[in-house]
Design a binder for this molecule. Structure first.
Ligand SMILES: *Cc1c(COP(=O)(O)O)cnc(C)c1O
Length: 485
């Protein structure tokens, strides 16, 4: 994509490598040849790919500049609700990069991979301790895959008992992946409405739960940032009808070391190591969505499972009722190493304190901004709070305009238009890793934007103004993506 040169500090216009290449440039020098020149058989060479020819300085500058356009948790606050974009200490990257781990090939015979198997075995035990559940598989590569595995296990459980249940209850506040995972597994998702306080009531669940329903998927804390206070009663209702309870634990960052998930009554739970446990994420990087289960579901966990016998770790496939293998080898090991290092460096008290601070930060933001932005559920929240654009709409300023404007102030926008139960939702999750000063900066920027919406709405409609690119036509970008420049 060619643009006019932009006068924006040191960050310069950057073209694609293909546009920058010049025939004959090269980024390396080969030693003098000491054998006779020979022609290669053209059949052996095949088609030579059309690669750009560049010098070393071209290459280094290209990637360095691109890195300066990036925004991540290392550049600033990233208050993307439901995503837990917290700062990830570099120590954990260092641990994942230790040569013994980084160089271990997944096809190594188990006797040569005892260290990494031990780490994974111990991580499973730590997750058991944190959640209160009985057994864990680290295999799923993402939260959504953890959900799918949870659904497959529920299905296997019912089939094992000679039942073929067809429906799953999914609350209206659920992440879109919940009904998608249930559907992929062949279940029909049935909606359950949350109440005026933004949580599920036992009555609403009892009204739709029956013997055809395999169970319920509950996110706790839910995506409005509230703890499902009736979770035990809800689990009881579902269990009474022979169903199981799936908990989407992607929001564990609000309750780790505080809530015993097993005691809340859930049968299966997934965690997002790449949210809560110190793996950088976004942009499609590797993740891990371990599933934790109660004993009743343990036989159905994916294989292979890590076992310890006579002091040796091994991968066992001897679980005839397992739902099978769901990832190559044993999942994304680098993410597991970071999680293990994080949990050990925090300790039980540290994890508990991190959750409390995440909750405190979200409530601080909620209280400081509720005079400026409509707060549809005005009550104490957990790790995130949800506003809407209701106060700004009379001026034709929407959530999207304010999100774009926030970039001018140097912040990544919050999650917008989710959860769906709030019209024009603005969902802020600050996480525990932001300081009071940073939170105050963010609050001041949001307050300034609310004032701009009053005094100069046009400014917002055209935002962002300070970035390399102005407002994009997002529909066009989605329908006709320009991938070649
Ligand atoms: C992020 C998230 C998911 C999905 O996790 P992925 O790793 O992105 O697949 C599911 N549920 C909730 C509540 C989430 O926040």
């Amino acid at each position: 994509m060619t643009q006019k040169p932009s006068a924006f500090g040191m960050i310069q216009e950057e073209r694609l490598l293909w546009e920058k290449g010049k025939a004959g440039r090269c980024a390396f020098s080969m030693p003098q040849r000491d054998v006779e020149r020979a022609e290669m058989d053209s059949a052996l060479m095949g088609d030579i790919p059309d690669l750009p020819e560049l010098s070393e300085v071209d290459l280094v500058r290209h990637y360095t500049r691109l890195s300066q356009w990036n925004f991540g948790v290392d550049t600033g606050m990233y208050p993307l609700g439901s995503c837990t974009m917290k700062y990830n200490p570099k120590l954990h990257d260092r641990c994942a990069g230790l040569p013994g781990f980084a160089g271990a090939h997944p096809l190594l015979p188990v006797q040569w991979a005892q260290g990494v198997l031990q780490l994974m075995f111990r991580l499973e035990r730590l997750l058991v301790a944190i959640t209160g559940m009985d057994a864990v598989s680290l295999q799923p590569a993402a939260g959504a895959q953890g959900e799918l595995v949870g659904m497959l296990m529920m299905q296997a459980y019912h089939r094992d008992r000679g039942e073929n249940r067809t429906a799953i209850l999914v609350p209206d506040t659920a992440h879109g992946t919940n009904p998608a995972s249930a559907t992929l597994c062949g279940f029909k998702p049935v909606g359950v409405k949350s109440n005026a306080a933004g949580i599920l009531t036992p009555q609403a669940v009892a009204g739709v739960m029956d013997e055809q329903t395999a169970g319920i998927m509950v996110t706790n804390p839910n995506t409005l940032g509230f703890f499902e206070e009736h979770i035990q009663e809800i689990c009881h209702i579902v269990h009474q009808k022979g169903g199981l309870v799936y908990c989407d634990g992607a929001n564990l960052n609000a309750v780790m070391g505080v809530v015993d998930m097993a005691k809340s009554g859930v049968d299966v739970l997934h965690l997002n190591l790449h949210k809560t446990f110190s793996s950088p994420h976004g942009g499609g990087g590797p993740g891990a969505g371990p599933v934790c289960v109660k004993q009743t579901l343990e036989p159905f966990l994916p294989i292979p499972r890590i076992i310890k016998e006579k002091g040796q770790y091994d991968l066992s496939e001897k679980y005839p009722r397992s739902v099978g293998r769901i990832h190559a080898f044993y999942g994304n090991v680098g993410v597991m190493i970071r999680a293990y290092a994080y949990i050990l460096s925090m300790g039980a008290q540290g994890l508990n304190r991190a959750s409390r601070m995440a909750v405190l930060n979200a409530n601080y933001i909620k209280e400081q901004l509720k005079a400026y932005f409509h707060l549809p559920y005005d009550r104490p929240c957990m790790h995130e709070c949800v506003f809407s654009d209701q106060y700004q709409r009379p001026r034709k300023v929407t959530t999207l305009d304010m999100a774009k404007r926030l970039m001018d102030y140097g912040f990544h926008p919050p999650t917008v238009y989710f959860p769906l139960v709030v019209n024009g939702a603005i969902m802020v999750e600050p996480t525990e890793t932001e300081s009071k000063e940073e939170l105050d900066h963010f609050i001041a920027a949001c307050q300034a934007i609310a004032k701009e919406a009053e005094t100069d709405p046009d400014l917002l409609l055209k935002a962002p103004h300070q970035l390399k690119l102005r407002r994009l036509d997002e529909t066009l970008a989605a329908r006709k993506p320009c991938l070649t420049g």
